[in-house]
Design a binder for this molecule. Sequence first.
Ligand SMILES: Nc1ncnc2c1ncn2[C@@H]1O[C@H](COP(=O)(O)OP(=O)(O)O)[C@@H](O)[C@H]1O
Ligand SMILES: N[C@@H](CCC(=O)OP(=O)(O)O)C(=O)O
Length: 386
Amino acid sequence: MTQQETSDVLRNARRIVVKVGSSLVTNDGRGLDEQAIGEWCRQMAQLAEGSPEAGLNGRREVIMVSSGAVAEGMKRLGWAKRPREINELQAAAAVGQMGLAQMYETKLREHGLRSAQVLLTHADLADRERYLNARSTLLTLLQHQVLPVINENDTVVNDEIKFGDNDTLGALVANLVEADLLVILTDQKGLYTADPRQNPNAEFVHEGRAGDRALELMAGGAGSSIGKGGMLTKIVAARRAAGSGASTVIAWGREPDALLRLARGERIGTLLVAPTQKTQARKQWMADHLQLRGALSVDTGAAAKLRGEGKSLLPVGMTAIEGVFSRGDVVAIRDEAGAEIARGLANYSSAEARLLCRKPSSQIEALLGYMAEPEMVHRDNLVLSR
Ligand SMILES: Nc1ncnc2c1ncn2[C@@H]1O[C@H](COP(=O)(O)OP(=O)(O)O)[C@@H](O)[C@H]1O
Ligand SMILES: N[C@@H](CCC(=O)OP(=O)(O)O)C(=O)O
């Protein structure tokens, strides 16, 4: 890519997931690094504002994925060594998460930004229904200009805590909200050809293609006893993030104004560019991963809105439901002649959809006793067929 193109990837990123690792957040286990957290919060607040005075071309939506609960919990409990027992790790995470949430809340509020704590497990993102719920909660928070601060829900996972690194979580969150950019802040300037702690001759890698297996061979495990992932999980995270079209930057968390400079298009850290665009990636994902569970027939008006105007499918446009499906399943959408016009993720199950056929969205709550979303299939979860 030319310098201009890489700089455009960064400057045009509107939705950004920022991940910070334990060693940075807790100052290598010494305790929450108030100053560093304050700096990221100040920058994220400026990104959310997008003011031209800060050299930014418009608002960014930012989501934070922060590690550090176990390390901070250990510090608070006075444990010098990372425990082996899962229940002790979980107890430490529960203690430390209080400190993390409190620190982010305080620092973001100082900069006029509201925050929300979201604790997720891998299982939440593997389950279609919970995946959709998590997605719509995060998107709603962003709409209301609230900055979500995410961590793994360490106290309820069992084996995950042993392998659970937040690089993977950051990538899954980037997939979940279809972010444009994943920024992984760590204790190195980026990726080197070998672990710089082991090999002083290692060379810096400025740019690569996310998903390039050669990069994985350069990356080693965690260099400190605090972090879990090391560089390999960051490279794999970049590959995953690219699955939904997000590029990844791995940069040094103490680099002054790193987040702002990236958003202005400055090339710092290692940029791993996603080879496919967001919409293309979404189509690919729907085509590759999901089985069709049913079909919705729609009237001419709804078909025209979907095809011509790129709108969502509302229940009022549905005329018939086929198959048995749950919320989050992929369904085909057919026109009156029976031709498939699109595929998408259903917001309501087949039984609910049958009750909602031809009904205005204002009646959803009265008909079902609750309302998930006003749309049957949201346009962000919908891919038009050729
Ligand atoms: N090729 C590499 N380039 C840079 N760092 C590497 C590489 N291979 C291994 N590492 C190690 O990965 C560490 C960062 O991972 P980790 O300790 O898990 O940090 P974090 O807590 O930020 O996730 C670095 O300190 C470094 O020692
Ligand atoms: N959820 C864990 C994070 C796991 C972990 O160590 O991640 P990382 O430091 O990002 O490699 C915690 O908050 O302690």
